[in-house]
Design a protein around this ligand. Structure first.
Ligand code: ADE
Length: 239
């Protein structure tokens, strides 16, 4: 997968050199380039913003540098992703969709956002997805891109050694994962649940299933309500 990120703060993306994303890049599974939006300005001050039409606080990103940047990095098959608090909620299903694409462009807005015409104009040439990480406001899209790239990169074929962890994990089936434990078996007088040490794989699977349902029902009633009833068996209902 090829990814182009455009931002006025390219330094923000240093963490994408580290850990498993860095490894995926080193292994050639992810080809990621970060570009400074100011490369595409044409005035001496390298201006990227101006005051909003209609008045109001803050500044808006001007269309010209963005249009030049997107023209430069777009290719056939590109999808433009714009993190924004007014976007659609970003979910694990979206991460799967993005992970299946050949080319992503991320446009990182700052200030009050990017002139709407940039997104409208880009939409004539490629799919444009405005996505929000949650109901809060960040300074800009940079941190959101790092989050989205973590969610996407770990789904790329060959990035995670154990593909089974993808099917078992939280949100894979619309439920939160059960609690996890490791050694020692007793720590600060707290014992690991006996069932996990029983070696009885049937009982362990049932325990995890029940814990997963209980966790989801208490912490995320929205997810629990959306969980298809036909996927609940008799033992689930008893729990
Ligand atoms: N940019 C600013 N706030 C954001 C949010 N909540 N999600 C994604 N991008 C953002």
């Amino acid at each position: 997968m090829r990814v182009d990120v455009v931002s006025i703060f390219p330094e923000y993306f240093a963490p994408l050199e580290l850990s498993l994303i860095g490894k995926a890049r080193g292994a050639g599974l992810l080809d990621l380039a970060v570009h400074d939006l100011r490369t595409w300005t044409s005035d001496v001050h390298r201006t990227v913003d101006d005051s909003p039409y209609g008045g109001g606080p803050g500044m808006v990103m001007r269309p010209e540098p963005w249009a030049a940047a997107l023209d430069a990095v777009a290719r056939p098959g590109s999808v433009l992703v714009v993190p924004s608090p007014v976007g659609e909620p970003f979910t694990q299903a979206d991460a799967h969709e993005l992970a299946a694409l050949d080319h992503l462009i991320f446009a990182c807005g700052r200030y009050e956002g990017i002139d709407q015409r940039v997104l409208d104009d880009a939409a004539d040439r490629m799919p444009v997805r405005e996505v929000s990480l949650g109901d809060y406001v960040l300074f800009g899209g940079e941190v959101a891109v790092i989050v989205i790239m973590e969610a996407v990169t770990r789904l790329l074929p060959g990035v995670l050694g154990n593909a089974e962890s993808l099917t078992e994990e939280s949100h894979a089936a619309g439920l939160l994962e059960a609690p996890v434990y490791t050694k020692p078996a007793v720590w600060r007088e707290r014992a690991v649940p006996e069932v996990l040490r029983s070696g009885d794989h049937g009982r362990i699977a049932r325990w995890r299933r029940t814990e997963s349902l209980l966790r989801t029902a208490t912490r995320r009633p929205d997810l629990f309500a959306a969980y298809p009833g036909e996927l609940l068996d008799k033992k689930d209902r008893a729990a």
